[in-house]
Write a protein that binds this ligand. Structure first.
Ligand code: GTP
Ligand code: MG
Length: 355
């Protein structure tokens, strides 16, 4: 089951309360206060993990909570810090506060983390409140409450190259031919109902990822067909690969298809159709294909690779063209990870103590 949107509530752990205690020991009269501070509450942290493909776990477990910090103890013992609640999500996950629409994190690189709710600080034990005028304070503070939020979690697939085409153009067949992914293919539209990411692996060459995105039809930007549900997955691809059915099956013209695809992309997100791209002219085994290819070559300046994806024809040429296109792009700079842990929490907060 592929899930690319979820709403979850998260609660970080409360800080542990400070302890009120006095040192009681034989031969140590008036031992003084020795109540320790409470522990830090656990935070709720989202972490991007390469192996995850979907947000399905969040759909079935919609509330996540981190552990509270332990209370301080006598003999100046600090309470235990609460364990963080770490949620593994796929690379490409966006974390948005549902109430304020604030973007809390955009996890585009494996290992990147976002602290969605911070644990509360621990309270102060009574040994913190000793002063020259009060040698035996009984004051303590409770821990701060942990943050609680409602979050909208959204997945936008991250891939180097996105396959864009009409239903039945042969996108899934192509990704099966060039990569490790083997999504279902069938002679009817909308076989692919969610994006599949395939990794293209060749000896001693850097790997790259290709996303097979469900077929696009006129009006997709208005949510016709699978609409936005897949168009937004194209936004994250560095480059595009238009897959055209050169046989003109179903009475379509591949040149019209290309114009319509570009129009839909631009209507969804201005400039999307102008991303660096190449064209894979598929189904070259069909009768009408050579003539359509000539017309396409006369009109288009993009790199065009003819193929019959079903027979894996020109497989190496397609991979080389994709690699050349990606190599010509500037390198990406991933956004830095959001720092983890409590924000500027001094070790001894607000301690009114002199040494
Ligand atoms: N003749 C011919 N048929 C092909 C070729 N490549 C794919 N097909 C067939 O075209 C049909 C559709 O292929 P898919 O790969 O499922 O197409 P798709 O673009 O992924 O379609 P959606 O998932 O519906 O968007 C299948 O029946 C394939 O066998 C080809 O090169 N030549
Ligand atoms: Mg498909």
């Amino acid at each position: 089951m592929f899930v690319d949107r979820a709403t979850v509530t998260v609660s970080a752990g409360d800080g542990g309360k400070g302890c009120c205690s006095f040192r009681r020991e034989k031969f140590v009269p008036y031992g003084g206060p020795d109540g320790g501070d409470g522990g830090l509450g656990g935070s709720v942290i989202f972490r991007a993990v390469a192996g995850e493909q979907s947000l399905v776990d969040l759909r079935f477990q919609q509330h996540r909570q981190a552990a509270a910090g332990g209370a301080g103890r006598s003999r100046d013992c600090h309470g235990a810090n609460g364990a963080d609640c770490v949620i593994n999500v796929p690379v490409g996950t966006l974390i948005v506060d549902a109430d304020t629409d604030e973007l809390l994190g955009d996890l585009t690189v494996a290992g990147q983390e976002c602290v969605a709710a911070r644990g509360g600080k621990g309270g102060l034990g009574n040994s913190r409140f000793v002063s020259s005028t009060n040698r035996a304070p009984r004051t303590t503070t409770p821990g701060d409450p942990g943050e609680a939020r409602t979050l909208r979690i959204e997945l936008k697939v991250v891939a180097d190259l996105g396959l864009v085409g009409y239903p039945n153009a042969g996108k899934s067949t192509l990704i099966g031919a060039i990569s490790q992914a083997h999504p279902k293919t069938a002679p009817y539209p909308f076989t692919t109902r969610h994006p599949n990411v395939g990794v293209v692996i060749e000896d001693d060459q850097p790997r790259f990822t290709v996303a097979d995105i469900p077929g696009l039809i006129d009006g997709a930007h208005r949510n016709v067909g699978l609409g936005h549900d897949f168009l937004r997955h194209i936004e994250r691809c560095r480059a595009l690969c238009f897959v055209l059915d050169m046989g003109g099956v179903d009475g379509r013209d591949p040149l019209d298809d290309l114009a319509a695809l570009r129009r839909e992309l631009d209507l969804h997100l201005d400039g999307l159709a102008r991303r660096p791209a190449l064209i894979v002219a598929n189904k070259m085994d069909l009768d009408a294909a050579p003539e359509n290819l000539r017309r396409l070559q006369a009109q288009e300046s993009l790199c065009i690779v003819p193929t019959c994806a079903e027979l894996m024809e020109n497989r190496d040429e397609i991979i080389a063209a994709m690699r050349d296109l990606l190599d010509s792009l500037p390198p990406e700079h991933p956004t830095p990870a959001v720092p983890r842990g409590a924000p500027d929490r001094p070790d001894r907060p607000d301690a009114p103590l002199e040494e």
